[in-house]
Design a protein around this ligand. Structure first.
Ligand SMILES: NC(=O)c1ccc[n+]([C@@H]2O[C@H](COP(=O)([O-])OP(=O)(O)OC[C@H]3O[C@@H](n4cnc5c(N)ncnc54)[C@H](OP(=O)(O)O)[C@@H]3O)[C@@H](O)[C@H]2O)c1
Length: 319
């Protein structure tokens, strides 16, 4: 009899534990289902913000003669915005301006020649002159450079790392400062800073450490400015691309064409423009979000070892 009572109370205990396990499992599944539905809605279904009405009729894109910047300029023009292109080569600027005008004859296009690794103050004077009377609604701080190849920190020449910091950190900061006062006066605007998965999605980016650190600056600057300037109707956002098939990626990672996880700049820009105004930080392209999700599940030491082995292969390739 006693044995029977002990057995049934043990059985009841097991039952309670399995009921709790079931309940916790159900709640966890429900949480993931809610997150998945939110992601599907935000990525594919949410209606687009009317960029002109919400922020203004002009958009300025830095690093606009190639890759992501050029594609963003085209996409914004497609949405009806007038475009200011900022980049270092006047010949390429002219080519992109002509292309934009040919594809979108109803918009206005201005071009500003500015070398972010050179005289930034002169470039800023030109930006101030060109934007004085304009309803500048959107700034895309896209310009960014990285190493010529995988390198240990102590191998990076001083002029190379100084240039990376000047373009990625100083350039982004100073162009933002140049436009934010006007946006505050108009009490509207969107500032999109292009960060990188190198500083957000993976825990380390060995052999590209100064580039990754410069992008961590962009990320944190954006998040803090998002909070500071919300009250003025200015939406600051850090967009975090993973690999996009551009010249930069072909140079750094030997990726020559697009694939499932590596969109063309045009496909990337289409997603990126849709995300303007939605949240302080995002990775706009849907397949990149999947990579980010799985990276989040992996332990940091594993990701560190994986990135280090890739970087070492590249480093050995150029020794
Ligand atoms: N592609 C990716 O997979 C990836 C991933 C994460 C983050 N990102 C970030 O996305 C942004 C764009 O990258 P991307 O791959 O599109 O690069 P990209 O193809 O190399 O294009 C860079 C653009 O910036 C311009 N530029 C370069 N140096 C400049 C300088 N000193 N002054 C003025 N303009 C300059 C280039 O002009 P020229 O035509 O004169 O060279 C070009 O228009 C960067 O901030 C990058 O860090 C890219």
């Amino acid at each position: 009899m006693e044995e029977h009572i002990a057995c049934s109370s043990e059985f009841a205990g097991v039952n309670i534990i399995s009921s709790w396990c079931f309940l916790i499992g159900l709640l966890v599944t429900l949480k993931h289902l809610i997150s998945l539905s939110k992601w599907i809605f935000a990525t594919f279904l949410r209606s687009q913000i009317d960029l002109i009405r919400t922020y203004g009729s002009w958009a300025m894109v830095t690093g606009a003669t190639d890759g992501i910047g050029k594609a963003m300029a085209h996409r914004l023009a497609h949405r009806g915005l007038n475009i200011i292109l900022v980049s270092r080569s006047s010949k390429r600027l002219q080519t992109v301006a002509t292309e934009l005008q040919a594809h979108h004859p109803h918009i206005l296009v201005k071009a500003i020649q500015m070398d972010f690794s050179g005289d930034i103050a002169e470039g800023l004077r030109q930006i101030a002159a060109a934007t004085r009377e304009l309803d500048l609604g959107i700034l895309i701080n896209n310009v960014g450079i990285t190493y010529p190849g995988a390198m240990f920190f102590d191998q990076v020449e001083e002029k190379v790392w100084r240039k990376i910091l000047k373009v990625n950190v100083e350039g982004t900061t100073r162009v933002t400062r140049a436009v934010v006062a006007g946006m505050m006066e108009r009490r509207r605007g969107a500032i999109v800073n292009i960060g990188s998965g190198a500083s957000v999605v993976i825990p380390s980016h060995p052999l590209y450490s100064i580039y990754a650190a410069s992008k961590a600056y962009v990320d944190q600057l954006s998040r803090s400015l998002h909070v500071e300037y919300k009250q003025y109707g200015i939406h600051v956002q850090c967009q975090v691309p993973l690999y996009v098939a551009t010249k930069m990626v072909s140079k750094v990672a030997c990726i020559e064409k697009d694939s499932f996880f590596i969109p063309t700049p045009e496909a990337y820009a289409k997603a990126a423009v849709r995300k303007i105004g939605h949240g302080p930080r995002c990775t706009p392209y849907w397949a990149h979000s999947i990579q980010w999700f799985f990276a989040g599940l992996a332990p940091d030491p594993l990701l560190d070892a994986w990135r280090f082995s890739i970087a070492m292969r590249r480093w050995k390739g150029i020794q």
